[in-house]
Each structure stands twice: as structure tokens, then as C-alpha cells.
Design a protein. Sequence first.
Length: 176
Amino acid sequence: MSQPANDGGVSDPFATFGIARSFSLDVAALRPRLVRLLAECHPDRAGTDPVRQAEASRRSAEINAAFRTLQSPLLRAEALLALAGSRPLPGDALAPAFLMEMMETREALDEAIAARDEARIAEVRSEADARRVDLLAALAARLDAPISTPAEAQAARQDLAALRYVERILERIADR
């Protein structure tokens, strides 16, 4: 069931958890699998054999890393793209209009935070939440099916890059 890496040497968190590669997954269903997988490789089951204990520790680390990847939409998308053989390219750059919009949003947010304008902060949060939902839907549409062309991979990478910008705005709001 466990298959830590594909032929390209990329770690496969989906194989580690014994699930199909898909962007859309029930993240809540991962926790019971995590508990079961960690129980199966618990160091207490390895006895006193140092080789078996080391393997149990390695496997536990692999399972925990896979869980972190699968529960994060950003990391999950990146893993799917890497497993498809897609690497970031200079063409992954975002449109200047989007970058300008993000810069203006960030400036508006910073001003609202400085002014303690809770209504404006809530407005920015609402806009960012809506953009996040749209980008997650776009990523699901692109990554739930196998990527068959470089253009498909590039489009998914651009959506992923845009999502990172939106996530940073939401993090800024949460960290204020």
C-alpha cells in the first residue's frame, strides 16, 4: 500500500495514505487513516531491534509529512503537479493585472489595519475568501483529472500561485 515515491523520486503522499491522487478529497477522513497508519508503525511494535525501530521512525515521519501535504490545499496541489512531472517554470508568472490587484489589496488591508477599520478589514477578508473559493474550485477542476499537456500544468501552476497570494492576505488578517 505504501509507495513513498514515484519513478521520478517525488514523494507520493496519496500512496502513503492508500488513496487516489485527487485534489478534491475529504480532509476530515484523513485523520482516522493517520491514526491507523501511525499505530501500525509505532516504535513499540518494533521491539528492541534498532533497525526495525529506525524503520518505524522513518515510516512515522513519512506518514506525518504525507498528512501535512494532504491536508493543505497548497501543498496537495504542488504534490499533484510534481507527481505529474510538472516543475515550476518562468512562464508560471502571474498576469501583471493580478499582481497589481494583490498589491492594491495588500495596501488597502495595511491601511485598514493601521486605522483599525474593522468594517474594511472584514470587506477585504470577504473578498479574499471568495477569491480563495474560486481558486480552489479552479484547482479542483484542473487537478482532479490527469494533467495531459504542459499548458494544463502551467494553468494549474498559475492558479496555485494566485492562491498563494490570496492565502497570504488571509494570513495577514489572521495575524494582525
